[in-house]
Design a protein around this ligand. Structure first.
Ligand code: HEM
Length: 439
């Protein structure tokens, strides 16, 4: 019999008592236990499922990178999401995933993504035009809603150029947003699944997913028939060939991958941008410095704001894995089927790794000796975010255009975190804007 060495165990009774609070906002409970037990401990999630949670960067890299073959994504989110979106990169596993990742990876190379900047810019410019009347009248609006809208349109535009007309785009956006809200309900209220089933809710949403697939199918077929190959992600997906067979993807696979790019690629960026706008609104002195800087310095400062924003509010605040065999991890020895919770937000804010961890200090990224070991907003290892360059370029572009056009006044006071599948602002991020030129 192997002698397992488990990390310290947090009281199950306490977890059970705090289960309600945990579902609302797990951070205070997780952070208090980290302070008590150290960077890795065992606990019962909501008092029910045993899991090991860690903020230790070495343990996280062991799981995601060094020994990634021994760890599989848990099915909690991937199966639920996959039920509606199909087998795209985010939801597939094993050999199928690897073959798809190898196929698609070159299309997300930095140089190829750079060429999408002009497509992104069209949507950012349209957004700035849309904001002008609100600036003129001083009408407050929710930056989160605006960012959600903008990042969805950016994925649509970089995927399909102009092949998806406005009506289809609006439909697709509504369908995907409805689906995402429902998936979150299914994840958070597993006890209601029976009700979702018998009340026809699941069927209704499966039908919605099918409608989204049909919209994408029409775009793919029209593109193929047109014989055109604009410089966009769809062309990249259509032209990619498997190394072994020299063939391209089937139509259903293409649809799966397009759908997953919408899901993985718009809400994460929207969350991050909303938090960054909130942080800049809260720290007027940073905003003023940014606006006063020349363009080279401004670009560097915006890069710092993006990194610092992702540190404080990582949209992918948590990741999970299940071990496929017994394994030694940083002094512990754990059995097969151990559920690991990789608590990225906790790592990003721990005083052991960061000076003044809860403060927004974009300039910390100027320090050449800054230890970035405990920084993983895009994950690590072979399943790391394929859209990292895309997201960074997109966020920098949007922030640059915002601060060049507008002064931001934050109307909301403190905004709390809403940790669902991604880390959203709990309250609307209400701002007013005024034209910079108006001064
Ligand atoms: C700020 C924005 C973003 C953040 C913080 C983010 C973060 C992440 C993280 C942490 C993962 C890995 C999850 C895990 O290992 O469990 C991931 C995977 C993924 N992301 Fe992103 N992401 C962002 C934007 C994007 C964008 C813009 C796209 C596409 C255009 C994208 C596409 C994907 C895909 C397809 C995967 C699955 C990769 C695979 O498993 O092979 N993401 N993302």
């Amino acid at each position: 019999m192997p002698k397992y060495i488990f990390p310290p165990l947090a009281s199950r009774l306490k977890s059970l008592i705090h289960a309600g609070q945990f579902i609302k906002n797990p951070f205070p409970i997780l952070d208090a236990a980290l302070a008590r037990f150290g960077s890795t401990y065992t606990f019962y999630m909501g008092g029910m499922q045993k899991a090991v949670i860690t903020i230790d960067p070495k343990a996280v890299r062991h799981i995601l990178q060094k020994q990634h073959r021994v760890y599989e994504k848990s099915v909690i989110v991937t199966d639920l999401l996959g039920k509606y979106t199909g087998k795209g990169l985010l939801t597939s596993t094993g050999d199928y995933w690897l073959r798809q990742r190898r196929l698609i990876q070159p299309g997300f190379h930095k140089r190829r993504i750079d060429s999408l900047q002009s497509l992104m810019k069209v949507e950012v410019d349209a957004c700035m035009d849309r904001w002008a009347p609100m600036a003129a009248s001083g009408t407050p609006f929710d930056a989160y809603e605006e960012m959600n809208h903008l990042t969805f349109r950016i994925v649509a535009r970089t995927l399909f150029s102009t092949s998806l007309e406005e009506h289809g785009l609006v439909q697709l956006s509504q369908q995907i947003s409805t689906l995402q809200s429902f998936i979150i309900r299914e994840v958070r209220q597993p006890y209601k699944r029976w009700w979702f089933k018998i009340s026809g809710k699941i069927k209704e949403h499966l039908l919605l997913a099918k409608e989204s697939r049909e919209i994408i199918r029409d775009v793919i077929r029209a593109r193929k028939n047109s014989g055109e190959a604009p410089d966009d992600l769809l062309t990249m997906l259509l032209e990619s060939r498997y190394e072994d067979s020299g063939m391209g993807m089937e139509e259903e696979q293409l649809i799966d991958e397009c759908l997953i790019l919408f899901v993985a690629g718009h809400e994460t960026s929207a969350n991050a941008l909303s938090w960054m706008i909130y942080l800049l609104g809260k720290h007027e002195e940073e905003l003023n410095r940014l606006q006063a800087a020349d363009s080279a310095l401004q670009a560097k400062m915006i890069q710092n704001v993006v990194q610092e924003g992702l540190r404080l509010y990582p949209p992918a605040w948590v990741s999970d894995r299940i071990s496929l065999q017994d394994d030694h991890v940083e002094g512990f020895f754990l059995p097969k089927d151990t559920m690991w919770i990789l608590y990225i937000r906790g790592m990003h804010r721990h005083p052991h790794f960061w000076k003044e961890p809860d403060l927004f200090i974009p300039d910390r990224w100027n320090d050449p000796d800054l230890n970035k070991e405990a920084y993983m907003p895009f994950g690590s290892g072979p399943r790391m975010c394929i859209g990292e360059h895309f997201a960074i370029m997109e966020m920098q572009l949007i922030l640059t255009e915002i601060i060049r056009h507008w002064d931001i006044k934050l109307i909301s006071k403190e905004i709390n975190e809403k940790p669902l599948v991604t880390l959203r602002p709990l309250e609307p991020v209400m701002i007013t804007i005024h034209s910079v030129q108006a001064h």
